[in-house]
Design a protein around this ligand. Structure first.
Ligand SMILES: NC(=O)C1=CN([C@@H]2O[C@H](COP(=O)(O)OP(=O)(O)OC[C@H]3O[C@@H](n4cnc5c(N)ncnc54)[C@H](OP(=O)(O)O)[C@@H]3O)[C@@H](O)[C@H]2O)C=CC1
Ligand SMILES: O=C(O)[C@@H]1CCC=N1
Length: 267
């Protein structure tokens, strides 16, 4: 990474902003003096290990210091973002759900906009971080975006903006889906008299181990389902009941609702 490049994160103390900022620092992709973060309420202790990180309240000051600006406020706060003339024309990387390239470009005064979609696993650098770049973003800037976002896990450029809207539901919200499954499994184990600590350990190790096995196999998850149905043991009984109960439809309806929400305010 260029020693001269300064990154500004608007909302850099928040959940996603700090996950990205800290990943970039811990991975030595940026040095502390290359990072500026803003929030309305002032500095938090997020960057206390890096005293050279500049924390500001004024986004126009951030924009004047930064070469590249990450926007990491909640969607409802977009309308209040003012980066002034200093930010005009700069490369903007928006992490916002429900805000189109057009809306971000209009609010920030730059048509060099990338939309990227993290997820909560960015905190442990296991996010899957898809992104879409508007036409005005050149190849070297696209490479820079890929390098910055990879600090949080795996990043991938997408061919169409509508894919970001869809993936906001699938992967952006994604850590919530196994959390809901884990909650249901935990409640079931507790109802069956398993002590809380053992139930939690069992659920977590099963979901983590099962996911890692799928990743390791690299095959269609449906193959594993079919294999276990064909095995015709206890798993097959459970799978059949869940399939007949239309678990797949319930999941798809949930993803549809999240997708509609991700698209709804777009202009
Ligand atoms: N959390 C998640 O799992 C995911 C979030 N996203 C997207 O990431 C974005 C950020 O979400 P998240 O990190 O969860 O939100 P948070 O609420 O945790 O963080 C937002 C931050 O923005 C700051 N902020 C708000 N307005 C301003 C302003 N005008 N100037 C400077 N800072 C400001 C807030 O601080 P203060 O109030 O002090 O100003 C806060 O620290 C959202 O748009 C969301 O859609 C995408 C995928 C997953
Ligand atoms: O729930 C949300 O709106 C944010 C965006 C995607 C995931 N979390």
């Amino acid at each position: 990474m260029s020693q001269k490049m300064v990154l500004g994160i608007v909302g850099g103390h928040g959940w996603m902003g700090r996950s990205l900022g800290i990943a970039l620092l811990e991975r030595n992709i940026l040095s502390a003096d290359q990072l500026v973060v803003s929030s309305r309420s002032g500095a938090s202790d997020a960057y206390c290990n890096w005293p050279d990180v500049r924390c500001v309240r004024d986004n126009r000051e951030l924009a004047a210091l930064a070469d590249v600006i990450v926007l990491s406020v909640r969607p409802q706060d977009l309308a209040g973002i003012d980066i002034g003339d200093a930010g005009k024309g700069k490369l903007i990387i928006s992490l916002l759900a429900m805000a189109s390239v057009k809306q971000v470009a209009h609010q920030l005064g730059s048509d060099r906009v990338v939309r990227a979609m993290p997820n909560a696993a960015a905190k442990i650098r296991r996010a899957w971080f898809p992104w879409f770049a508007a036409e005005g973003v050149n190849p070297s800037e696209r490479q820079l975006v890929q390098e910055l976002l990879e600090s949080c896990g795996m990043a991938r450029e997408l061919p169409a903006e509508r894919d970001i809207d869809y993936l906001t539901a699938l992967s952006g919200a994604g850590p919530a889906w196994p959390a809901l499954l884990a909650k249901a499994m935990l409640e079931h184990a507790q109802t069956n008299g398993i002590p809380d600590d053992i139930a939690l350990e069992a659920v977590m190790q099963t979901l983590v181990g099962g996911s890692q096995l799928l990743e390791h196999l690299g095959s269609d998850p449906g193959d594993m389902v079919e294999r276990l149905i064909n095995y015709d043991g206890t798993t097959a009984k459970g799978l059949s009941e869940m399939i007949n109960g239309r678990l797949s439809d319930v999941v798809k309806h949930g993803l549809d609702a999240a997708h509609r929400a991700a698209c709804s305010p777009r202009k």
